[in-house]
Design a protein. Structure first.
Lengths: 105, 267
């Protein structure tokens, strides 16, 4: 057994370079395919924030919004850390639209 | 489809083998008896003539036709090796804006009128005007890529752009595959590439030194007996015509394939 492959067996095989290529491609294509300009994404983020803030208090610094593509569809993945639920609106629910309507902004 | 087939050969990235693919598929289809016209849409960077070995026979080019300096038939170069193949050469001294999509569509209609059943269009690299012109009159697309990150990324972009041009079912040719590198997991396999691009596979062309010789001489590799890339292109041409042709065995260095080739003779 040649030394390199002996060492590979001993320490575990490093990732094959073609797998590195494949993984890098997957990530870069995720961004390419979503093709939403950063400014639009930023606007979405701020409008989402406005809506969500009606119901919950959000940690705005830690908010993450990303587009990912898997199996032919693009998904919007948002990680929204909630600091506190606003009890005042939480009890009203969506079937009381005229009270929930006034925007905070 | 009643008027025949108009196929654009494209890639996004340059240097992946679009022109070589166009030349060889054209020759292979012609060898099967189809009446075929090749259009070099790479205006300003004319090369299909050189790959086909027809560079000394150009009198008029595509821009001369479009601008009315000659008739379409005067610009078509008949290939003496393949009597039913003609080339409409690109202009070398103009740029991509010299022909617009409507003019391209008209050229294609005129070629079809003259009985060319297959029209293959060699698309320029890039995604700008030249790409839009080349794809304008096409009804089918073949995307050529190499098993390599930048070529695959560009191919993916092209899939989206073709969709915008209403070319919805492109098929993939993976060119310059090096089987021994795939085997030792250095190069992405055809399955890897396909998994990422998820478009149907039309064929695989192994990296073949015979291509260098054939390019040097202006004799497409399908004219060489025994060249593996030539066999691959012949197979692709048959698939274009609708035949079911199994993918060839690419284990070039393998003992059994050497043995098989020894007994089968150079095929």
């Amino acid at each position: 057994m040649p030394l390199p492959s002996f060492l590979e067996r001993l320490f575990g095989r490093p990732e094959a370079s073609k797998d590195t290529a494949k993984n890098r491609l997957r990530i870069v294509l995720m961004h390419d395919r979503a093709a939403i300009p950063a400014a639009v994404l930023e606007q979405m983020r701020s409008e989402l924030l406005t809506v969500l803030s009606k119901y919950v208090e959000i940690d705005q610094q830690a908010l993450e919004i990303n587009l990912e593509r898997s199996e032919g569809t693009v998904a919007l993945l948002a990680n929204v850390p909630i600091l506190r639920v606003r009890t005042d609106v939480a009890s009203e629910g969506p079937d009381n639209p005229e009270k929930a309507e006034p925007a905070l902004a | 489809m009643s008027n025949g087939r108009v196929i654009v050969i494209t890639s996004g990235k340059g240097g992946v083998g679009k022109t070589t693919t166009t030349a060889n598929l054209g020759m292979a289809l012609a060898a099967m008896g189809e009446k075929i016209a090749l259009i070099d849409a790479d205006i300003g960077l004319r090369n299909l003539d050189l790959i086909l070995g027809l560079e000394n026979r150009i009198v008029y080019d595509i821009v001369d036709v479009v601008e009315g300096r000659c008739k379409l038939r005067q610009a078509l170069i008949k290939d003496k090796r393949m009597p039913n193949l003609v080339l409409l050469p690109a202009a070398q001294t103009r740029d991509k804006s010299a022909v617009n999509p409507d003019q391209m569509r008209q050229l294609i209609a005129d070629l079809q009128e003259d009985g060319y059943v297959y029209i293959l269009i060699d698309c320029p690299a890039g995604i700008e005007q030249g790409f839009r012109n080349a794809t304008a009159g096409a009804t089918e697309a073949i995307i050529v890529t190499n098993p390599e990150v930048s070529a695959v990324r560009d191919a993916d972009r092209i899939v989206g752009l073709l969709e915008a041009e209403d070319l919805r079912n492109p098929r993939l040719v993976v060119n310059r595959l090096r089987p021994h590198l795939v085997k030792n997991e250095t190069m992405m396999s055809v399955e890897d590439v396909q998994e990422i691009l998820s478009i149907p596979l039309l064929g695989i062309v192994p990296d073949d030194e015979a291509i260098i010789n054939s390019t040097n001489r202006g004799e497409p590799v399908i004219l060489q007996d025994g060249a593996r890339a030539g066999q691959a292109y012949r197979n692709i041409a048959r698939r274009i015509k609708g035949e079911e042709v199994p993918l060839m065995d690419l284990e070039e260095g393998g003992f059994f394939s050497r043995l098989r080739r020894l007994f089968a003779g150079a095929r």
